[in-house]
Ligand binder design. Sequence first.
Ligand SMILES: [Cu+2]
Length: 307
Amino acid sequence: MNSLAFLNELIGMPPNASEHGYQIDHIIEFSHWFMFGLFLGWSAFFIYVLFRFRRSRHPVADHEGVKSGISTHLEFAVVLIEAVLLIGFAIPLWAKRVNSFPDDKDAVVVHAIGQQFNWNFHLPGPDGIFGRRDIALVTNSNPLGLDPADPASKDDLVVLGELHVPKDRPVIIELSSKDVIHNFALPHMRIAQDAIPGQLVPMWFKPIKTGNFEIVCGQLCGLGHYSMKGMLVVDEPAEYQAWLKERVELSGTQAAPPPTERPPAEPPVGPTPGTVAPPGGPKTANPSGEPDAKPGEPPKAPSPHGN
Ligand SMILES: [Cu+2]
């Protein structure tokens, strides 16, 4: 792979960090060398034609033209090589990516949810089951709209911006979006997939190097598109388990007391329609999303907006 990485480095591709990535690199590298060969060939042909059919040698146009069939053969060869690249390499590689998913049991399965302009991650927690999500339940404190009534959602983890995965284990990411079409692109992992509202689109890869790798949005999705970045952290399996444990513990201690038990001095945390929690902002559990009632006051009636 290193012998083939010269052109890829030249065009600014980051080093590959996934198991299948070298195959993508091979195709990109070969295509570029092939295009370079074509460029040299056609340039030489162009210069030859300029010289061969110069005015001093051909003062009058020849209406019969070229009789040799060599250019037809050359063009056929180019089409053949391109067809082999497409049918023999690109399509099988793509088919393997989208058809042969690893078993859920062997893989780390994560939901990634795009929104203008950051990436949210939903992890199933210790029970391994994703809680139900409903866009109607989305509030500032519940950015993914996790359903508190679903027992599977109790231990779920919601992480903003940074996703940890273990090395040498397949990762399945199921993508969706809260607003517009985004694209979950992992340049180092040589994979990208559109995140489409209302759909759960899976993608998978197997990281083979530890480190921090940038997650970017690969679709122009609005004014803040340039800032829609995240971080994929590939850990050694033990470090990954430690991170997971820490997240589970944190999510346990961060859970705010039920609304009626909140300290009286604390300002209410209510949803503001049309706004989203900043990435890395304080995470509070207020599943109802309603501003808290003051002690002694009757709970407020549901708002007319039906949050
Ligand atoms: Cu985006």
